[in-house]
Design a binder for this molecule. Structure first.
Ligand code: GLA
Length: 393
């Protein structure tokens, strides 16, 4: 595989090789941290990692995408510093956080030399960070004599991102990256942690379009939305004593009590409650192989993210509005947290290439911006591609 060959130039005697996919979310946005139901898929864009264990406690990492290099120790990770006491660069917080999280869970780790690179766009809403986290978690597991369930690996990575990197994400991204199934979307229930692969409608393709826009305030806006959802639960509890999250609020109860919520909170809660309902509907559409019905739910989901949850941008709206006018498109919406990043469209497979070209051209003439557009296949989750038994000092 050419990308591993590239890594081999930097670490020729790597004992462990891992590929770890990004993800696209087809439906169920901003509901994972409300114990909702989501429908993501792992995609065929990967972080590739080559590593070999060391006999000491040092971890040296080269990140080819950032032209970065760092060495830190597995002892004293809470300092977030390298072996010279300098603060770790932002990109290194993800692997260091995974080491910190696994060790906090009582799992012994070995030192490691590692190099990684990816063909996933960074910070575009396709979970490049979850892909990096899972790549390192899987590599450390391959070098150790312990074994975690995939869900536990995903949770350890989410813990790293929440507590070490400081981003209050839900579990969807790490889940999808760990559990991906070729040609399938993953219906995942965040309340029970149960999940099930569902095939995409026949003769369809997933097309991702990167708006090229990244919002600086995305993290603080994201945390703000989380707070608003928590606030909605607190207020609704005055009438609905048994609820723990917005997942527990039925549409009927919401209609009955919504007037007690301030306007913004009411809009956020309505999005979450209706979006969870949309995911349920969408899973039936998949079982019925109904691409048209599925696409309609995607478009409704986008409107709700735009008008109620208010996480879209003019560029994402332009991509969605343009996409749905092109022949062969069943539906389109922003994917991931929003505030810039990508849209996902469900398209008739035979039209996927023309659709992609047309979308890029029309977006450019409408906004003056270039969009990267790719046709994606749902792929397998993070896994070891090869382990050789020799280790190095
Ligand atoms: C980001 C987070 C996820 C999820 C989505 C929105 O991708 O990492 O946990 O909340 O936003 O659905």
């Amino acid at each position: 595989m050419s990308s591993f060959q590239h890594l081999n130039e930097h670490l020729p005697d790597a004992a462990i090789r891992v590929s770890s996919p990004g993800r696209v979310n087809l439906l169920g946005e901003h509901v994972d941290y409300n114990q909702g139901i989501v429908l993501p898929a792992a995609i065929d864009r990967f972080v590739r990692l080559a590593a070999h264990p060391r006999s000491d406690r040092l971890v040296s990492i080269r990140a080819l995408d950032f032209d970065g290099e760092v060495v830190f120790s597995l002892d004293g990770l809470e300092q977030r510093a390298d072996i010279d006491g300098q603060p770790l660069p932002q990109w290194a917080l993800y692997p260091a956080g995974v080491a910190w999280s696994l060790q906090a869970g009582g799992l012994p780790l070995s030192g490691m030399d590692a190099v990684y690179a990816s063909d996933l766009p960074i910070g575009a809403g396709l979970s490049s960070s979850a892909a990096v986290e899972l790549a390192f978690a899987v590599a450390w597991q391959a070098a150790a004599d312990w074994q975690l369930e995939r869900m536990q690996l995903a949770q350890a990575c989410q813990f790293a991102e929440n507590r070490y990197v400081g981003v209050g994400c839900g579990l969807m991204d790490q889940f999808a990256c760990a559990h991906g199934v070729a040609r399938h979307a993953l219906l995942f229930d965040l309340r029970t942690l149960s999940w099930q692969p569902l095939p995409l409608p026949p003769e369809t393709a997933i097309v991702i379009a990167d708006s090229g826009v990244r919002r600086q305030l995305a993290a603080s806006e994201y945390n703000q939305r989380r707070k608003e959802c928590e606030q909605a639960v607190e207020l609704l509890k005055q009438q609905l004593a048994n609820i723990h999250s917005l997942r527990d609020v039925s549409r009927e109860d919401f209609e009955m009590h919504q007037a007690m919520l301030p306007e913004t909170t009411r809009k956020r809660a309505r999005h979450v409650i209706e979006e969870i309902e949309r995911v349920k509907q969408a899973s039936f559409r998949l079982v019925e192989e109904d691409a048209v019905g599925f696409g309609r739910l995607m478009v409704e989901g986008h409107r709700s993210l735009r008008d109620l949850f208010e996480v879209s941008t003019p560029e994402l709206d332009a991509l969605v509005e343009t996409a749905v006018e092109i022949e062969g498109c069943y539906g389109s919406r922003l994917t991931g947290a929003g505030f810039g990043g990508c849209t996902v469209s469900l398209v008739r497979r035979e039209r996927a290439a023309e659709f992609s070209n047309e979308l890029a051209a029309k977006y450019a003439s409408r906004t003056g911006r270039a969009a990267n557009v790719y046709v994606c296949q749902p792929s397998r989750g993070a896994r070891v591609e090869g382990v050789e038994t020799h280790s190095h000092g």
